[in-house]
Unconditional design. Structure first.
Length: 294
């Protein structure tokens, strides 16, 4: 009986792109295999049935790699059903420096991700504890932080301060959005200032770093949480590995910029499995005296 790895090779050979299939091998000519039947882990190379992968919350059964989620998937796993109320859903990016075809790229991402920008913010309850939540979606231009992303984050903290609510922010980003030039870099100061004002008002801020959290997002609001959580094996850092090695002229550890490395160095407070995240967040909210709605 063929192994699942052999089945994956058949799928790979039979589908060259979305609309065309390569000639099937002679010994599998009578097999019709759906393109989305299998999942191959980008970390360990393990091959699994996609249904098994999805049922496991998109976590690799072999190496525990936590794959990237859409904002809808993350919200469903975190917030109580029917409790989410989106904030600033009409905000959308312009093209402040006239970057070629920027509007087309943003429009395509909006259609694919069903949201106007790379972050969705709102108010919800997590196991009965009300909070403001922000979810960055790496499928939207790698969740790069442009003017609207920074503005929505700042407004979320201001709303939380007004309502006296804690903030839970799921970060996932490649950093600043180059298509907006210096304006994107200004969002680091804007978001950091909003976090500081929320903190000075006595607000609780929980950061959950997901794969990847890098660049200016790491260097600003993502690293300012009162409690910083990371999912297992995710990439957390600022500059790229090769840039750092070329700068300091030293070989970096193999697990450099992994969540586990950051935990050992004290950069994050805890690593939490995806299936336990909702419970852990509610426990933290409870320990900090956030009232539970009845």
């Amino acid at each position: 009986m063929a192994s699942i790895e052999d089945l994956f090779k058949v799928v790979k050979s039979r589908f060259t792109d979305d609309n065309h299939r390569a000639p099937a091998p002679d010994d599998n000519s009578d097999v019709e295999i759906p393109k989305d039947l299998l999942f191959k882990c980008p970390r360990c190379g393990g091959v699994f049935y996609n249904e098994e992968f999805v049922n496991n919350l998109k976590v690799c059964p072999k190496c525990n790699y936590h794959a990237r989620l859409t904002w809808q998937e993350r919200l469903e796993l975190t917030a109580d059903s029917g409790s989410f109320k989106e904030l600033d859903e009409t905000l959308g990016s312009l093209n402040p420096i006239g970057f070629p075809r920027y509007e087309e790229k943003v429009a395509k991402c909006r259609e694919q991700c069903e949201t106007r920008e790379a972050i969705v913010t709102g108010e919800c309850t997590i196991r009965g504890y009300r909070c403001v939540i922000g979810i960055m979606d790496s499928h939207f231009m790698m969740a790069s932080m442009g003017s609207v992303v920074g503005e929505k984050i700042a407004r979320a903290f201001e709303y939380a301060m007004e309502k006296k609510l804690p903030v839970v922010m799921f970060t996932s980003s490649g950093g600043a959005r180059m298509q907006e030039g210096i304006i994107s870099l200004m969002q680091m100061a804007k978001t950091s200032g909003a976090v500081k004002r929320h903190s000075d008002a006595g607000g609780l801020y929980i950061t959950v770093m997901t794969d990847p959290t890098t660049g200016g997002v790491t260097a600003s609001f993502a690293s300012l949480g009162d409690v910083i959580i990371a999912e297992p094996k995710v990439l957390i850092g600022f500059a790229g590995r090769r840039v750092i090695q070329d700068t300091i002229r030293q070989r970096l550890p193999d697990d450099f910029q992994s969540a586990e490395f950051q935990l050992d160095c004290g950069f994050v407070d805890m690593i939490v499995e995806r299936g336990m995240m909702r419970k852990r967040l509610s426990n933290i909210l409870k320990l900090h005296g956030i009232p539970k709605e009845t």
